[in-house]
Design a protein around this ligand. Structure first.
Ligand SMILES: Cc1cc2nc3c(=O)[nH]c(=O)nc-3n(C[C@H](O)[C@H](O)[C@H](O)COP(=O)(O)O)c2cc1C
Ligand code: SF4
Length: 431
């Protein structure tokens, strides 16, 4: 089979709800778009997404966005794209207009709160489905991260019914804002140990009220959000769900359990389910160094068995393998995240049979390390990434002259196995 034929399944049209998509390559959500301090898209945010729309993806999922007041207050990263306030709507409208100029739909990812991964304050403890913290062993960080002894978060309080209901209400308001701002849909984020994810798995949800126990109860938070959002935004607006497909923990939930939650929520009016691999406890699975985990481990098949609508899968950078997943019917769309930082023109290059000229992501995760340190996200193999506004005529901000060398020094020191080994040997292990 020649290369053109091998990738053909990725180039077929697709559809989500009533929105026609020109191929099967979707940009996965990433907090990499440099919003303004006011939580609205900056000129760089718009240029970043415009470049990916122009590069041929069939749909963009905007990550790095928050939907609630508490979620914003406890965020571990700033600035974030804010859908918890009305003031950002005009700025988002400029973003959606820019992306739509290229015929590309754009979805806003809505995160209710960061739950066990949030930053607590004396008057604002962490809340989660149940009081269990996150322990990330050093070995479970993605490639490129050296975190001596790993990380242990504070134990959250069990969220009260009033707090849960407040999040549900705020999520619906955020979806309505997204629709006003011209987005084609929203994605409810229920993955990566954040607040919404904590309800899905019996390991992190041992409540005895109507939000814990059975599948029906553990899916209630997500189902309530989807039901109320659907009523508020109408039938044509896309509502997706990003959900963990497997916790990869001995006492964690596997694909069948998560698929049962997704199917329960789907019945409330979902248009797609996007699979995420692992949780913070098994973080290396979520930004993997190799392709294929969600197919090789049977996760995609488990979801396919019980879902009626489209499945978006992550973790396939190699075009031919990604195409095979679609061809085999295990997923309908392939989400690419880091590959689109490395090469915004990935999809057009496939279409134009120039696969060999795609700039390949090295999976060393400099982008993620920069995000975690609160630095503007950059890509090792694509110097234009993070600077797209300069391609549109903006000049280099003077503050970068001072900050860039400091950032390089921090990245180099925290990436040094020798230095981090010394830190490991002189610091206590709290795990
Ligand atoms: C810099 C960066 C920021 C990310 N931010 C988000 C986010 O805001 N929401 C989300 O669901 N996933 C986020 N992710 C995870 C990606 O969506 C994706 O699941 C992960 O990178 C693995 O897919 P890939 O191999 O295609 O990169 C982020 C990833 C990176 C590299
Ligand atoms: S090549 Fe770029 S996108 Fe890929 S991991 Fe490295 S920095 Fe991130």
């Amino acid at each position: 089979m020649n290369q053109e034929t091998a990738v053909a399944p990725l180039l077929q049209n697709g559809r989500i709800n009533r929105t026609e998509l020109k191929n099967r390559i979707v940009m996965g959500p990433m907090a990499a778009a440099a919003p303004g301090d006011d939580g609205a898209p900056s000129r760089q945010t718009i240029a970043f997404f415009r470049a990916r729309a122009k590069g041929g993806v069939s749909m963009i999922i905007m990550g790095g966005s928050i939907a609630t007041t508490r979620g914003y207050a406890e965020a571990m990263l700033r600035p974030l794209l804010r859908l918890d306030i009305d003031e950002t709507i005009p700025g988002f409208r400029k973003l959606t207009d820019a992306v739509h100029e290229h015929g590309t739909p754009i979805i806003a990812q809505l995160t209710p709160g960061f739950g066990r991964m949030g930053v607590p304050a004396p008057d604002r403890p962490l809340i989660s489905a149940s009081p269990i913290n996150v322990v990330i062993p050093e070995a479970n960080f993605p490639a490129g991260f050296i975190v001596p002894h790993g990380r242990v978060t504070e134990t959250p309080q069990e969220a009260t019914i009033a707090q849960i209901k407040h999040y549900e209400d705020e999520m619906v308001l955020a979806a309505v804002r997204a629709r006003k701002a011209g987005f084609d849909g929203v994605e409810v984020a229920a993955h990566m140990s954040y607040f919404a994810a904590s309800f899905s798995s019996p390991r992190t949800n041992f409540r005895t009220d109507e939000y814990g126990g059975s599948v029906e109860n553990r899916a209630r938070f997500l189902r309530n959000i989807v039901t109320a959002t659907r009523a508020a935004v109408g039938p044509d607006f896309i509502i997706g769900l990003r959900i963990t497909a497997n916790e990869y923990l001995p006492d964690g939930q596997g694909p069948d359990g998560y698929a049962a939650i997704a199917a329960n929520v789907e019945a409330a009016g979902l248009d797609y389910v996007a699979l995420s691999a692992g949780a913070y406890e098994t973080m290396s699975a979520s930004a993997p160094s190799t392709d294929g985990a969600l197919v090789d481990g049977g996760e995609a098949a488990a979801f396919r068995k019980v879902l009626k609508g489209p499945i978006l899968i992550q973790g396939f950078h190699a075009p031919e393998r990604a195409a095979k997943v679609v061809k085999d019917g295990l997923a309908d769309f392939v989400m690419l995240a880091r590959p689109l930082l490395a090469d915004p023109d990935f999809a057009n290059k496939l279409k134009d049979n120039k696969t060999d000229s795609i700039t390949v992501c090295d999976r060393h995760n400099t982008c993620m390390r920069r995000m975690v340190f609160g630095m503007p996200v950059r890509c090792t193999v694509n110097p234009r990434m993070g600077r797209e506004e300069r391609d549109e005529g903006a000049s280099r901000p003077a503050s970068r002259l001072l900050k860039a060398p400091i950032e390089e020094a921090v990245l180099s020191l925290t990436g040094s196995t020798t230095l981090m080994g010394v830190i490991r040997s002189v610091t206590p292990n709290k795990q």
